[in-house]
Design a protein around this ligand. Structure first.
Ligand SMILES: [Ca+2]
Ligand SMILES: [Ca+2]
Ligand SMILES: [Ca+2]
Length: 452
């Protein structure tokens, strides 16, 4: 019985975890009384580790979804973490316990430059966005939350950016000198060798969120830089990824907040509530109905916000990745959670793209030009760079949802939006192998025409 209430698939050999997300049953003693909850956690820690390797567990905060983030005073390896979670779950009040895993930007850097934004055009591998724009519906009045590394001010982006919030609670990972705060500006996510985990490689700042934001809504028609998919929409920049990625707990809170839910200690999103959330990020581990990520996503969809996520870049089945394997409301394949694979300019599967039955649709993700920053660590000058990844595919679809919502009618529900997108596609250039990779490549023109 206890096994169903413990999630171990996100544990990995090279990344210890020091946090756990525990959901207690509504109305149970552990849920209602922090002292009872703490006694149960103390008991679990002492049973799991005894005195020799004594471990202290502390209640950190209650997430927007109502689950508790519990912090350990030292990092635990895979075996220790599993042992501890199984002990925590011996308390019958526990509905679900999972590690507070780290998730990463789903980007494969690619320095090869092509001189064309084929993704917005109507070649075989493009999304026909150029034809969709001719209908006059270009995202006006709609907001796409980009949950990512934050944003850099950029001449080709500024007019379309709404500063959201910085949800990164750890000062070490945030790189901005504090925990959560009201500025979603990206200070850079560079790391030195060994900083993220033993043996982790050094890496330059990615400015990943600035690239993704540009694909959604770069300023277009200004005779400069690049175009964006839904260029009359706004991007709500929400910072969840810092140095070494971001945590499940912070990302879950950002999903809740961006879609109009309440998160303790954070001012409500108010009029900036997003109609669409884009998450170009992922981590190892299957997402189940009880996972914090899934509960947060279901909450957002329940508030009318469509959630679009990258399939991931491991050329593997999405079933082993979060959030791409999240079941969403009712576990249905079409329910307002849209999982996006990557294709190239010839409409073929990108070699890196994850695949599988949970992938809904594909979009351009190889050599995608967008807004970036030139700084290798701290911010430098504006520039434009080609990146590849399902990270680049996902914002094409998030932008498309904003285009649909800008048609002057009653907004589609998330599930209705997903249905229309998946039914109005362009064919693959070749059968995706391995596959499947969704129903096809998005067709913004026919999707908009089919939107009531
Ligand atoms: Ca901060
Ligand atoms: Ca431009
Ligand atoms: Ca889906």
């Amino acid at each position: 019985m206890a096994a169903d209430r413990v999630s171990i698939s996100g544990l990995s050999n090279n990344e210890p975890v020091d946090g756990f997300i525990v959901r207690y049953r509504d109305g149970s003693a552990s849920k209602l009384d922090l002292a009872t909850q703490q006694r149960s956690l103390d008991q679990a820690a002492s049973t799991a580790f005894g005195r020799a390797q004594a471990l202290t567990l502390k209640h950190q905060r209650t997430l927007g979804i109502g689950a508790e983030l519990v912090q350990a005073d030292r990092p635990l390896d895979r075996t220790e973490a599993e042992t501890l979670m199984r002990q925590i779950a011996t308390n019958p009040d526990v509905e679900f316990v999972e590690p507070n895993i780290r998730l990463y930007a789903t980007l494969t850097p690619n320095d090869t430059f092509y001189n064309l934004q084929y993704g917005f055009q109507n070649g075989v591998g493009g999304s026909n966005a150029n034809l969709a724009w001719d209908t006059g519906f270009r995202g006006a009045g709609k907001i796409v939350a980009v949950l990512d590394t934050g944003y850099r001010p950029h001449v080709d982006l500024n007019a379309n950016i709404i500063n959201g919030y910085d949800f990164i609670s750890s000062t070490f990972y945030s790189n901005d000198g504090n925990g959560r705060d009201s500025s979603a500006l990206d200070p850079g996510d560079w790391s030195t060798a060994g900083q993220c985990y033993a043996g982790s490689p050094a890496s330059n700042s990615s400015w990943h969120g600035t690239h993704v934001a540009g694909t959604v809504a770069a300023v277009t028609g200004n005779a400069a830089g690049v175009a964006g998919m839904a260029f009359n929409a706004k991007v709500l920049a929400v910072r969840v990824l810092g140095r070494c990625g971001g945590t499940l707990a912070d990302i879950a809170d950002a999903i809740t907040w961006s879609s109009g839910g309440a998160v303790a200690g954070v001012p409500a999103v108010g009029a900036n509530k997003a109609q669409v959330i884009n998450m170009s990020l992922g981590g190892g581990g299957a997402c189940t109905a009880a996972s914090a990520m899934n509960v947060a996503i279901n909450g957002a969809i329940g508030r009318g916000t469509t959630v679009v996520v990258a399939a991931g870049n491991s050329n593997a089945n999405v079933s082993g990745f979060t959030p791409a394997s999240c079941p969403g409301p009712g576990g249905l394949v079409t329910n307002g959670l849209i999982v996006v694979g990557a294709t190239d300019s010839a409409a073929r599967k990108a070699s890196f793209s994850n695949y599988g039955a949970r992938v809904d649709v594909s979009a351009p993700g190889v050599s995608i030009a967008s807004t970036l920053n030139a700084g290798t660590t701290v911010p430098g000058a504006d520039n434009y760079v080609y990146y590849s990844g399902t990270s680049m595919s996902s914002p094409h679809v998030a932008g498309l949802v904003a285009l649909m919502h800008s048609k002057p009618s009653v907004d589609r529900t998330p599930a209705q939006a997903e249905t229309i997108i998946k039914a109005n596609i362009k064919p693959f250039g070749a059968v995706p192998v391995p596959g499947p990779l969704g129903t096809g490549i998005i067709n913004a023109q026919t999707t908009l025409n089919a939107t009531p």
